[in-house]
Design a protein around this ligand. Structure first.
Ligand code: NAD
Ligand code: ZN
Ligand code: ZN
Length: 367
């Protein structure tokens, strides 16, 4: 049974088999559907969802009508849960285990996937999905079917509402920061553009892992306040003179690294103009902006531009360890899964603290 238009109006009453998906018959807005409990086959593992984060990428997918992935599929690529049932060939997990789900599922057979680096799967172009909740059924549901136990990272007693966003909002900036660790040395400056779900964890990670000066940039005052709370040394509103202010704060030359968690024309321009010569411009945000690579251009001499995607399974384990040690704290607002449309509207309006986390109705009691 499908709700006529729950993406915009009232939603179905909470139901044990509810899932929020996109697809034909569901319209462009995401809609709830009743789903059967999946049966794990082969090496698959069935996970009962305890929390699912809502990412800005979900908005991009919704607004792009599924982003070219075959529909229907259930949304939700930031997932924590408990192992519910193992397929006959599954090993490495036991019913009841509390886990976070590593989401960038690849082909599972290429050297990258076998090394736990599915985010850079060699066969990505041949696959019709980008991962969990991105063309494959995701975790905005009571259950999620995971292809293999190798995608499960134990979370111990970590709150599932903290663990779920770590799988993307934590992992993606962690991976991005690791890739430019060599530049993030004593005396260096890093600028973080966009202090939302990913950005506020980027600030915390940079402070915990590097000696760099951290400059946060956002258009929202609340985000700048959050950046300061997360340890940013300097918080700047995004404006025409921001590159100049970044240079001044850096002592003159500009930022050694700019992490852009927005990725629009405006932020890419801001990022390029804030960058030091021989600096790293790291484009994480999927805002669809364009940056011209040309000599000469707004990019300084020696600039390196990179497009990191998600992170590796080992990096997810490291992020979970940091959170369990109290080094990372996700700023979360919880919503029952049945209130997902409200959470989506709040994300769109920019009125969430940082991350909305959806809790399947009744999951708190049975976790
Ligand atoms: P979010 O909505 O939680 O945060 C975005 C932040 O950017 C907000 O604080 C917003 O105020 C700020 N912002 C918007 N326009 C701005 C501007 N012009 N200048 C400065 N700040 C601005 O989003 P999120 O969930 O953190 O995701 C951020 C982006 O990263 C999205 O585009 C998402 O699709 C993308 N993403 C990429 C990957 C990857 O692997 N590369 C992974 C996850 C998310
Ligand atoms: Zn995401
Ligand atoms: Zn692969």
């Amino acid at each position: 049974m499908l709700s006529p238009d729950p993406g915009l109006g009232p939603v179905l009453s909470p139901d044990p088999g509810l899932g929020l998906g996109l697809g034909p018959g569901l319209g462009l807005a995401p809609a709830f559907a009743e789903l059967d409990r999946p049966v794990p086959r082969g090496a698959e593992v069935l996970v009962r969802v305890t929390a699912a984060g809502l990412c800005h990428s979900d908005l991009h997918v919704i607004d792009a009508g599924g982003m070219g992935f075959p529909t229907p599929f259930t949304l939700g690529h930031e997932v924590a849960g408990r192992v519910a049932e193992l397929g006959p060939d599954a090993t490495g997990a036991a019913p009841g285990d509390p886990v976070a789900v590593y989401g960038p599922w690849g082909c599972g057979r290429c050297p990258r996937c076998l090394a736990g680096r599915d985010n850079y799967c060699d066969r990505r172009a041949e696959l019709s999905w980008a991962g969990l909740g991105l063309g494959r059924d995701g975790g905005m549901a009571d259950f999620v079917l995971v292809p293999s136990a190798r995608h499960l990272v134990p979370i111990g007693d970590l709150d599932p509402a903290q663990a779920a966003p770590l799988t993307d909002a934590g992992l993606t900036p962690y991976h991005a920061v690791q890739r430019c660790r060599a530049a993030l040395v004593e005396g260096s400056t890093v600028a973080v553009i966009g202090v939302g779900g990913l950005g506020h964890l980027a600030v915390q990670l940079l402070r915990a892992l590097t000696p760099s000066q951290v400059i946060a940039v956002d258009v929202r005052e609340e985000a700048l306040a959050l950046a300061a709370k997360c340890g940013a040394h300097v918080s700047l509103p995004a404006a025409a003179d921001t590159p100049r202010r970044v240079r001044t704060a850096s002592g003159g030359p500009g930022a050694d690294v700019v992490l852009d968690f927005v990725g629009t024309d405006a932020t890419l321009e801001l990022a390029a103009r804030s960058l030091r010569a021989d600096g790293d411009l790291v484009v994480v945000g999927s805002g669809g902006g364009q940056l011209t690579v040309r000599k000469p251009s707004a990019l300084p001499a020696g600039a390196r531009v990179s497009l990191p995607f998600w992170g590796s399974r080992d990096e997810l384990a490291e992020v979970v360890a940091l959170a369990r040690a109290g080094t990372l704290r996700v700023e979360v607002e919880r919503f029952p899964l049945s209130a997902a449309p409200e959470a989506i509207a709040r994300l769109r309006a920019g009125t969430l603290p940082a991350r909305a986390v959806l809790i399947p109705d009744g999951a708190d009691q049975r976790a």
